[in-house]
Design a protein around this ligand. Structure first.
Ligand SMILES: NC(=O)c1ccc[n+]([C@@H]2O[C@H](COP(=O)([O-])OP(=O)(O)OC[C@H]3O[C@@H](n4cnc5c(N)ncnc54)[C@H](OP(=O)(O)O)[C@@H]3O)[C@@H](O)[C@H]2O)c1
Length: 257
């Protein structure tokens, strides 16, 4: 039995890998940057004596989840925990953005997450045990002008995860959506807001987010918003008229330039 972590070459994914290995669990790591995965795997094997398998995959490609699942099966591995963490965002004016990067966010953040879940959930249900942690975001709770597609992908992840949580609960399989706020990883740089003072000032440390995610998954929570301020914001959005919620989110994204 092993934990499969997507996007394990950096940021939260790497942190999840370190935390899961420290618990003594075997790992399957995937991302595009295989050199980083190999280095992390060597580190974790030496530090914790766990088995770590590495598979390169570009999850923007529609066939990648199927190939990954086939590679895992061919290696004789069984996934008992899936952490759907790989994802990216882009900031800017949608009408001026390249379509490929916009649909790429849907492919990686949503399509690959659904495909991996679809392939790996049935055996978990049959075994009546297993767990899936989907990384959503506080962006899931309102629309985000200037990051329109990214916010929409995270709303999808949250809604999908909550629905699955209810569907599979009777089988003993746990599904949790983790909603981090701004977190110090490579995300901001990839999204084109790396030097944003606002992001730096409010960003959390990855370790807190990782701890929150793993303990919520263990406890079988449907949703975990990481951090007190983020929780207050996510809760207050429910009582805020949508027109204000989307304008505030838009003003924040614009200020991140
Ligand atoms: N950091 C934040 O502020 C924040 C806040 C809320 C939610 N999140 C979510 O947290 C998750 C992890 O992000 P992070 O903050 O850790 O960002 P990160 O440091 O940029 O890491 C992103 C990971 O996703 C992988 N990835 C990206 N595109 C991929 C592709 N096409 N195929 C396969 N893997 C791909 C990257 O690996 P390769 O480049 O090697 O492929 C990398 O390992 C994402 O879902 C993100 O949306 C982040």
């Amino acid at each position: 039995m092993a934990t499969l972590i997507t996007g394990a070459s950096a940021g939260l994914g790497e942190g999840f890998a370190r935390a899961v290995a420290a618990q003594g669990d075997d790992l399957i790591l995937t991302a595009r940057r295989i050199d980083r995965l190999e280095a992390l795997a060597a580190d974790l094997r030496a530090a914790h004596g766990v088995k770590v398998h590495v598979f390169a995959a570009d999850l923007a490609h529609h066939a990648a989840p199927d190939h990954l699942v086939a590679d895992i099966a061919a290696a004789g591995l069984t996934v008992d925990t899936l952490i759907n963490n790989a994802g990216f965002g882009t900031r800017g004016v949608f009408a001026e953005a390249a379509l490929e990067t916009q649909t790429g966010q849907i492919d990686v953040n949503c399509r690959a997450l659904v495909a991996l879940t679809h392939a790996l959930l049935p055996p978990m249900v049959a075994r009546k045990s297993g767990a899936i942690l989907n990384i959503a975001s506080v962006a899931a709770f309102q629309p985000g002008p200037w990051m329109a597609v990214y916010y929409a992908t995270k709303a999808f992840v949250l809604s999908f995860s909550e629905a699955l949580h209810e569907e599979v609960k009777p089988s003993g399989v746990r599904v949790t959506a983790l909603c981090p706020g701004p977190t110090r990883t490579e995300f901001a740089e990839v999204a084109g807001m790396g030097d944003s003072e606002l992001f730096e000032r409010f960003a959390s440390a990855p370790d807190t987010v990782i701890r929150d995610g793993l303990s919520a998954l263990k406890a079988g929570q449907a949703i975990k918003v990481s951090g007190l301020m983020n929780t207050l914001m996510a809760d207050s959005i429910r009582f805020t008229p949508r027109v204000f919620a989307r304008r505030i989110a838009g003003a924040l994204q614009k200020a991140r330039g």
